[in-house]
Design a protein around this ligand. Structure first.
Ligand code: XMP
Length: 517
């Protein structure tokens, strides 16, 4: 049986992913779709409710994103948020105006507790506002259900038609009782029973993958990271040996990582699939020899990765599906594409040109990272893999400043293994108050003079990095106790040949980035 579905129609707002996950937190399955999703498709999907997101436009703007008015005649409950609320008002004959000053930040709203949306909410509640335009006059049939000092229509509704709108953002944490409002919309207005949980996701994904793939052959690039691993296990559960996973060891992985991936997914592992490990280290080192420009290095690694993958795919022959572990934030990142390129990201949107396949399958496309981890646990994937910290596609290639050599890779692998071991231990012992989300060793391209025993050394400097971050877009340096850092320094100098200095990177992002290159 299919789960109840809420569709979020994306009008370009920045919190869209949050809306979807808040709905899923109410145990109701939710998918985000672009505002271009057709009315017929919506009818076919038969959702229990629709949410219009916020967006940067004005309803009167030249490029205003809009939707056919017919959507209000489907009899499906709709909640408009911010721009979505203005669009609802505008399309149904209300008036939207531009305020002389924007209303931004935490704002007290007074709500009408008779509204289904606000029954469980305090009469005066704090909400998050972020708008310049506002609804000056509600459309016929609607009534105002919330106001603020500056906003005459902070919420409106047409109860009989089950159309609701809030000028504020119930999905962000700053709206104190926002989850209650979304839950009220989903449960009371849309009448969802809350039949969804991660295990339902797994069951449903397996069933629909089986239906879609039939007897077809599937090819998947497995990196050993969380996303591609979860996608691979899901597919293996659905179609078993019809799936072939190609794992390219580019020689830029963390210490022992290649063998760990093989242990889990290879013939001795727990899963039914065809596993191919390609040991392509030499090729990558050769291509990277003498290259020092970070973008050039990234391109070389990305390009070579695709070439190796294509060669393997050719050996397999035509496949029906190419599987990818794309998750929702990747969809958003690659979709925007307007901002300046800071770094060319590997494994976002890059597709092999010469692989013969019919279609792409992306079973995790609608999920957020923490939800992917839950699916991973649900599927029985080992904890250490599920909770692995992020690791860039180009691997140690971007953690070795300057040219990459096999020797440098060995140095950074060994130093990194020691550092991670010590940080994990310190976290376990409660020595680090605010544990880092990402921590690793990198290799600076600096060699300097030191003394070991009675001998002069001229060796490399290892850089230790640890950052605390929610979204990886900004990050702060983690406060790691001095004694922990000192222990790392001691062990690295003593145990890793070729290193005579250890430094701790204090830089936040911005101005730094998390990775070195
Ligand atoms: P930066 O260095 O841009 O990194 O501050 C932000 C986050 O992204 C990860 N990262 C990558 N992930 N492919 C990926 O899948 C890449 O090419 C890539 N480059 C950086 C980085 O580890 C951090 O978590």
């Amino acid at each position: 049986m299919r789960n109840e579905l809420i569709i979020v129609l994306d009008f370009g707002g920045q919190y869209n992913q949050l809306i979807a996950r808040r709905v899923r937190e109410c145990q109701v399955y939710c998918e985000v779709h672009p505002y271009t999703l057709s009315l017929d498709k919506i009818k076919e999907m038969n959702p229990k409710g629709i949410i219009f997101t916020g967006g940067p436009n004005s309803v009167y703007g030249e490029d205003a994103l809009s939707y056919s008015k017919e959507i209000f005649e489907l009899g499906i409950p709709i909640l408009g948020i911010c721009y979505g609320s203005q669009l609802m008002a505008h399309l149904l004959g209300g008036t939207v105006k531009t305020a002389p000053v924007s209303e931004y930040g935490k704002t007290e709203v007074t709500v009408d507790k008779k509204s289904k949306l606000f029954q469980e909410v305090q009469e005066k509640s704090i909400c998050w506002m972020s708008h310049t335009d506002y609804i000056a006059k509600v459309p016929e049939g609607f009534e105002v259900t919330a106001t603020t000092a500056n906003c005459p229509v902070a919420a409106m509704e047409y109860k009989e038609k089950r159309l609701y709108a809030t000028q504020f953002h119930p999905e962000v944490v700053h709206t104190k009782e926002g989850t209650k409002m979304l839950s009220a919309f989903v449960k009371d207005v849309c009448q969802c029973s809350g039949d969804w949980e991660m295990s339902s996701f797994v069951e449903e994904a397996v069933t629909s993958l089986r239906e879609k793939i039939g007897n077809g052959k599937v090819l998947c690039a497995l990196s050993g990271g969380v996303d591609s691993s979860v996608a691979a296990v899901l597919l293996s559960k659905a179609v078993g040996k019809q799936l072939t996973c190609v794992f390219v060891d580019h020689g830029l992985l963390r210490k022992n990582e290649g063998d760990e991936v093989e242990e889990i997914f290879g013939p001795k592992g727990n899963y039914e699939l065809n596993f191919i490990r390609v040991n392509a280290q030499e090729r990558f080192y050769e291509k990277l020899a003498g290259k020092v420009d970070p973008e050039e290095k990234r391109h070389i690694i990305g390009e070579e990765f695709i070439r190796v993958f294509e060669e393997e795919a050719k050996k397999i022959g035509a496949v029906d599906y190419l599987a990818q572990g794309t998750i929702y934030p990747d969809v958003i990142e690659s979709g925007l594409g307007k901002s300046a390129t800071i770094k060319s990201h590997h494994n976002v949107g890059g597709l092999p040109d010469h692989v013969d396949f019919r279609e792409i399958v992306e079973p995790l496309r609608m999920l957020f990272k923490d939800e992917v981890r839950k699916v991973g646990l649900e599927l029985g994937i080992p904890d250490y893999l599920v909770f692995r910290q992020p690791f860039p596609g180009p691997g140690l290639g971007v953690r070795i400043v300057g040219d990459v050599t096999e020797n440098k890779v060995k140095i950074v692998q060994d130093a990194d293994a020691i550092y991670r071991e010590e940080v994990d231990l310190a976290v376990k012992e409660g020595l680090i108050q605010n544990p880092p989300n990402q921590y690793f060793a990198a290799l600076s391209n600096m060699r300097s003079v030191g003394v070991m025993g009675d001998f002069r050394t001229y060796d490399y400097a290892v850089v230790l990095r640890a950052v605390c971050t929610d979204d990886f877009m900004t990050a702060d340096c983690t406060d790691i106790p001095f004694e922990v850092l000192q222990k790392c320094m001691n062990r690295i100098i003593n145990e890793v040949k070729g290193v005579n200095r250890v430094m701790y990177d204090l830089t936040s992002k911005p101005p730094g980035t998390i990775e070195m290159e």
